[in-house]
Write a protein that binds this ligand. Sequence first.
Ligand code: 28G
Length: 637
Amino acid sequence: MEKFEHEYGAEQIQVLEGLEAVRKRPGMYIGSVSIRGLHHLVYEIVDNCVDEALAGYCTEIDIKIEPGNIISVQDNGRGIPVDIHPKTKISAAETVYTKLHAGGKFGGDSGYKVSGGLHGVGASVVNALSTWTEVTIARDGGLFEMKFEKGKTVEPLTRIGDSEKTGTKVRFLADDTIFETLDYDYATLEERFREIAFLTKGLKINIEDLREEPSKKAEFHFEGGLKSFVEYLNKNKEKIHKDPIYIEKDGEVPIEIAIQYTTSYSENILTFVNNINTVEGGTHLEGFKRALTKTFNDYAKSHNLIKEKDGNLQGEDIREGITAVISVKVKEPQFEGQTKTKLGNSNVTGIVSSAVGEALANFLEENPSVAKAILEKCISASRAREAARKARELVRRKSALETSTLPGKLADCSSKVASECEVYIVEGDSAGGSAKQGRDRRFQAILPLWGKMLNVEKSRADKIYNNDKLQPVILAVGAGIGADFDISKIRYGKVIIMADADVDGAHIRTLLLTFFFRYMRPLIENGNVYLAQPPLYKLSKKGKPDVYCYTDEEMTKHLNEMGRDGVNIQRYKGLGEMNPEQLWETTMNPEHRILIKVKLEDAIKADEIFTILMGDDITPRRKFIEENAKYVKNLDI
Ligand code: 28G
């Protein structure tokens, strides 16, 4: 109780500061004033609806992006209390919207409001950062409204009519003098609300973007909760067992987990604490992994699926092909790590571990055929890991013995200062030849790629090491792969994929991005991977310098400027059509070239496309090709 009093006092001091502090330093409250911060305003308001749902009173949320970037959020909960505080003479609802932290860390009913981090700063922060806000509440038989401008009350809570219903509706216009942009990204919001709907079983979330006709909209409602989430993540993958394994346990730390194994070789475990994606993992993930490893090993031994003398299956073997979502609710979460997305509460490890251990052991006993199928995969993963280790040692031994372990086809640059060096990965020998002649050899290296395409989707690490197409890439980059990848060893600051703008080019790009994503992810996260952008057209006219165009729009623009008559349009079909000088001028010269830095999202997209194109499941592949047939044709002119 004493602690409560003390901290309440500290809160009050902040209240004195008022919402001006929020407008002065918005970044402190919502992270940034970029589009991310803007989206946070919406999440903040929707979080309040979700809390009301978790408390058991709200079943449906409507979110609208109205023309003019006005956000409207409505729930069918109890409605924010409208009673007037006898001392302050201010309604509870107005207090929530005008006082920093009101209803936050210590007030929340559901008890799972988040302290620290970016969430849970409260509706008052949204109000402070909005040009205007209006709140409508249906409750106690009445309909009430209140209005604010830049966080200041312009109309205190007023009864404007009667209502049989209950609920809260909030509309706000974010302040364009504070945010860099008000242009909400519908896809980003939609994805987050889908996620929240998965995480909040039974809650219906509707989102509609009315800024353009026809409007975009989506409705999310998952009675299966995380089971539906895992099915969604695995929709294009080949499953090893039909129904996800589902674990739900209430208690001091409520836990919900769903697991489903696929034939893929990667591990995909998402973790959430109080609906926040804990990207850096933490104690809940540790507890989960610990139980998974122990339970499968115990089962495998007691059912004679592995021999005592072979030792244990490693955690990574047991996680190969796993898709899992872990969601825990923690009363006072401690977030650690660089991005404050790592759960620190140490008691959570044991709680999750024992809940998972118990439930999983039961599941395996009751579903022996599923247990066997999963363990067969784990055992072959373990064999492959052993083979990969041998292959890796071979590569290492080679590098110790040979003076140069660089691939034969690599035309290296003379500088050895990685930060200033670049390697162009080029498909095909003819383009490779032009690139070699056209480059600035002081800092530009060329690695031509040829040989048969490896299907990373169907390959384990041992095959990757020995693949004739990818091994040169691994050796040239010089930093290993997978768990051994060491970014400090990279030999080039820029790894540039240079491919044609056609189907084959798209194929090699997808392959390389997928490979980097799965085996050299830090390279992408660190911003070292780029796509070269060769021109699509050359316009030439007597007496004028040639003009290179990189898009159709650019071409039309320049064509008009040059007065169309007598202009010769050359369309480049491939890199091989350019002579070395042209390739240097248009695509490799740092002064003129256009490089696109690959973001993690791009790689995730590539990985998804790759799964569809290369995976065993034919239906999504056919669907993808049908849906993209037009695009592919365009690329292939
Ligand atoms: C539509 C957009 C955003 C909300 C509620 C409902 C209650 C509430 C909200 O109470 C103050 C502090 C702790 C109880 C709680 C209603 C209890 C009883 C509520 C929302 C009072 C906040 N009746 N619905 N806040 N608590 N929806 N939607 O903001 O003691 S906020």
